[in-house]
Structure formats: structure tokens, C-alpha cells
Design a protein around this ligand. Structure first.
Ligand SMILES: NC(=O)c1ccc[n+]([C@@H]2O[C@H](COP(=O)([O-])OP(=O)(O)OC[C@H]3O[C@@H](n4cnc5c(N)ncnc54)[C@H](OP(=O)(O)O)[C@@H]3O)[C@@H](O)[C@H]2O)c1
Length: 306
């Protein structure tokens, strides 16, 4: 499971597991975060063998990128894959902006915060309403030619927007909401991405912690997006994973992450973490060699969310 996969048609190579960092410095998005935990999460990830870090300007308005920049100076930069994103315009109420000049400036600013001279994966974080998507991507291609970014990504784009962005075949990678509880991408995006050799990175792979198995019926109110019946179904499905996890001497989260890593349509799974202990546990998903029968049992257990 430790083998490397290539991003799109580039030579950017990543392990199948990385780290999501919206709880590293993302004080504008989450309450009660401590920077010291953020620093510890990044260090623990790299020391545990994680080489791909997924951040964004929006996580703390640059604070997540800055923390990562502070830490990676102590490590071999060439072994790391740094992914970041931008679109929200601080000079216009954080509205999404895909204008070529805005994106070029955003990349230069991210490079400064990350204290590096290249970004391995740069995503347009969200689409705006006005910019033709192939023009935004053409600007990113100029940055790629200049060596400032190594691959071109888009995030939260519909299939039509991805097609518009990829008119010249320049999109390498797509990041979108996908988990066993949110499976639209399987039919909406995967066929096009597969055909066009575009990598896919799911965000919310643990459904913000729900798929770790740490919640019970008493927590239903915390997950108001699900009806009480749906929540019951989810807990039943998680119990099926728990039984499988026991066989592998693994946790529910590790088996769920291993399930994504076994799916060839998924390139890198990037579970987030608030604490270094969570990273330490999640990276061990690489050691879970999920059998085909167990893979299909899990697929079936969550088939209502397809
Ligand atoms: N492109 C986009 O628009 C976009 C949007 C959202 C996210 N993302 C990226 O995707 C990454 C992943 O999404 P996410 O972090 O929001 O959600 P996630 O990976 O589904 O869930 C991560 C959360 O689950 C809990 N957790 C993780 N491992 C655990 C463990 N072993 N035991 C118990 N709890 C555990 C932690 O939260 P608690 O401890 O607080 O429970 C952690 O912050 C983000 O970090 C970010 O980099 C991108």
C-alpha cells in the first residue's frame, strides 16, 4: 500500500494517504484550535511517513500555509507534496475569483507563506461565476511552465465546469466532496476523470469524524444533515465495518481509509486531524490490506448513499 501514484499526466508522485489540514491554523472555520496542535500534527504526519499535505489560503486566511511553511523547512522539500488552493478574494468580501491575474498573485503569496519556491498541486478552490474556466487554467499552465506549480487542480467544480476547464487537456487533478456517505462522484465525475486521466482526491473522507465510529445514537443531533432514520442506518453500516476491523486488528477509521485506497478511482485520501494521535492512527491504514470480500461488504453496507 506504500507505493506511489502519479498525479494526472505529471511526474508528481504521492502515497495514497496524505493529510488534510483545515484544522491546522483554520481558526476562521473551527473553534478551539491551538496552533501548537497544528505544528504537532504536521510534524507527526511527516515523521510518520506522510508526504502529501493538503492546505488552502482559506484555512486561517494563510495561517495553515504559514504553519506548514514553518515546519517543512526542517525536512527534505523534494520528498514532500504540498497542495494548496485559492479563489476567495480578501479584497472583495472573500467572493470567489478565478481571474487569471488574481490566481497568479494568489500563487505568489502562497509560495511566500509556505516558504518554498514551488507548489506541487495548486487547485482553484471554488469556481466563480464569470471567468471562462479554460482561461483560468491557461494562467495556471503559465505558472506550471515557469516552475511555480507542478500540477493543475480544480475543486468544487461541477462536471460541466471541469469539462470547460479541461478543454485543452490541462487539468491534472480534481478535489471534491466524497465519502461512503456522499457517493455522487462515482456516477457524476469518475467516468470522465478516468477517461481523461485526471486524478481524484475526496474531501471529508471520514465525514468530519462520523466515519471513525466514535459517535453513537446519542450524537444524532450533531449531524442534522441526516434524518433520524438515516443516522440509524449509518450507525448500522459502521457496525458492519467495526466487525471487519476486528479481523484486521484495525480501527474503523483505518478500514474506511483502506477502502478508499483500494478504489482505483481515488488517488489520494486526505483525512484531516485535530490532534497528532489521530494522524498516527490514520496513517496505519496503509498497513490494512483489505480483501475483496470485505471491500464489497463495505460497498454494499453504504449502498444507500450512492
Ligand atoms: N476542497 C475543499 O473545498 C475542501 C473542503 C473541505 C475539506 N477539504 C480538505 O479535505 C480534508 C479532509 O476533510 P476534513 O478534515 O474536513 O474531514 P474528514 O477528513 O472527513 O474528518 C477529519 C476529522 O475527523 C476527526 N478525526 C480524524 N481522525 C480521527 C481518528 N483517528 N479518530 C477520531 N477522530 C478523528 C477529526 O475531527 P475532531 O477531532 O474534531 O472530531 C478530524 O479533523 C481537510 O482537512 C481539507 O484539507 C477540502
Amino acid at each position: 500500500m506504500d507505493k506511489l501514484i502519479k498525479i494526472g499526466n505529471t511526474d508528481v508522485a504521492s502515497k495514497k494517504i496524505g493529510l488534510g489540514t483545515n484544522k491546522v491554523g483554520g481558526h476562521n472555520l473551527f473553534k478551539n484550535l491551538k496552533d501548537e496542535d497544528g505544528y504537532a500534527v504536521i510534524k507527526k504526519a511527516i515523521d510518520s511517513g506522510i508526504t502529501t499535505l493538503d492546505t488552502a489560503y482559506m484555512y486561517g486566511l494563510g495561517r495553515s500555509e504559514k504553519i506548514i511553511g514553518d515546519v517543512i523547512g526542517d525536512y527534505d522539500r523534494q520528498k514532500l507534496v504540498i497542495a494548496t488552493k485559492a479563489a476567495q478574494d480578501p479584497d472583495n468580501d472573500f467572493k470567489n475569483n478565478n481571474d487569471p491575474e488574481f490566481l497568479k498573485k494568489a500563487v505568489d503569496e502562497a509560495l511566500k507563506r509556505l516558504k518554498t519556491d514551488y507548489i506541487d498541486i495548486f487547485y482553484i478552490h471554488f469556481p466563480d461565476e464569470k471567468t471562462p474556466k479554460n482561461e483560468s487554467v491557461a494562467a495556471l499552465n503559465e505558472l506550471k511552465q515557469a516552475g511555480k506549480i507542478r500540477s493543475i487542480g480544480v475543486s468544487n467544480f461541477s462536471l460541466d465546469q471541469i469539462k470547460e476547464a479541461n478543454q485543452d487537456g490541462l487539468v491534472d487533478i480534481v478535489e471534491d466532496n466524497y465519502s461512503l456517505l456522499h457517493r455522487d462522484a462515482e456516477t457524476k465525475l469518475f467516468p470522465y476523470l478516468r477517461k481523461n486521466n485526471i486524478s481524484f482526491v475526496p474531501y471529508f473522507p471520514l465525514a468530519s469524524g462520523l466515519l471513525t465510529g466514535k459517535y453513537s445514537a446519542a450524537d444524532a443531533k450533531k449531524f442534522s444533515q441526516y434524518t433520524p432514520d438515516q443516522f440509524k442506518q449509518i450507525l448500522i453500516a459502521i457496525d458492519k465495518v467495526r466487525k471487519i476491523a476486528e479481523k484486521y486488528d484495525a480501527t474503523v477509521a483505518q478500514v474506511i481509509l483502506a477502502w478508499y485506497m483500494k478504489n482505483p478511482d481515488i488517488s489520494i485520501v486526505i483525512p484531516g486531524a485535530r490532534k497528532p494521535e489521530q494522524v498516527e492512527q490514520n496513517v496505519k491504514a496503509l498497513d490494512v490490506n483489505l480483501g475483496n470480500t470485505d471491500y464489497h461488504t463495505i460497498d454494499e453496507a453504504f449502498s444507500d448513499f450512492k
